[in-house]
Design a protein around this ligand. Sequence first.
Ligand code: AMP
Ligand code: FE
Ligand code: FE
Ligand code: ZN
Length: 373
Amino acid sequence: MKSDFETSEKRHLSADSQPDMLPDYSGGMSEAERALLHGHVDGEVGGEGDGQLRGERGDATGGLRAELGAGQLGAHVRAALAWHESPKRSQGWDLHTHTVFSDGQCTPSEAIELAKNAGIAGIALTDHDSAQGWSEAEKRARELNMPLIRGTEITAEWGHTSVHILAWLYDPTNEALAELFRTTRINRVRRTKKMVEMMGKKYPITWEDVLKQAGGTAQTTIGRPHIADTLVAKGLFATRSEAFLGPVSSKSEFYLPVISPQVDEVITTVKDAGGVVAIAHAGSFARNKEILSDQDIRHFADLGLDALEVWHRENSPEQRVRLLKLASRLGLLATGGSDWHGPHGKPNLLGENLTDPQTLQAIVTRGVLPVVE
Ligand code: AMP
Ligand code: FE
Ligand code: FE
Ligand code: ZN
């Protein structure tokens, strides 16, 4: 862990939806989700499945099974939702985390140790545009008997929308994917360097300072968080998140987008590499004015998209309901992940959002790479 952050003051973030403000919708199940589960939301989804759902709250709320017999949701999504609603649910998986190999603050070993201590069933490491942290993670996961899914969060774009794609269990020797990561990482360095040069006219920071914060570029996927860390290290902002509200924001005069591959290219490349693909925080407005439409997601499903990340703190209750209905209609899996970046990276806590064991099993079956255990 980087010591600079140990001393930085931890501040509470409000849930305003300013750019990069990271709203927190992490608190339990919403009314809308409950309505959906209980069949009060209209949808065009035909009934598949046989009411296998027997969440502990089923009896308390009066005959879930009967209500779901009307068939609002497909079996997969219904089962996932029931697991999330159940107070006595079995252990789940955190399928979205970051380490020092991108913009997280802990090493892969530390991430595995923390996951083990947190008592979650398993963890996926998903650093941005890189698989460089995999070997260290694998070693520690085997030592601790902590189930590990090797993955990556891939930067992409669609129109004016910046899209993050979670790719799990793909073949790391796939050359097309390796090339895609190399290109994005070069584009990230160019773009971040330009941002720092512009910012340097107003704030006393240099590119060398930022490289130092990133711990040397060779292995770390560079991004705006490392600029934010530099501003914190110089005493100009109290926390990374505060810097994200100022000059590091996507709304700031210094912002430049990363030149990124198109979503359809990323999906087909990961599928060719035998991986499993999800759209991360698909309902989040934190970094986009416009999010992906239902039609966009349908198009991606036709290309082989496997899942939507529904349980993520930046997805509002309304968006979760929308995504669950879409997943159901399109035959996609519904996953959850914390998007944890370390103790002071983002407010997100390791394991705060999880994926249910049944969905996890479907992911494992589809991936070419085994789970490390
Ligand atoms: P970039 O990909 O370079 O545009 O930087 C955006 C990334 O910063 C996203 O992946 C966020 O997850 C990450 N990030 C890390 N910490 C924070 C924070 N405190 N506030 C906002 N974004 C953050
Ligand atoms: Fe990140
Ligand atoms: Fe992301
Ligand atoms: Zn992430």
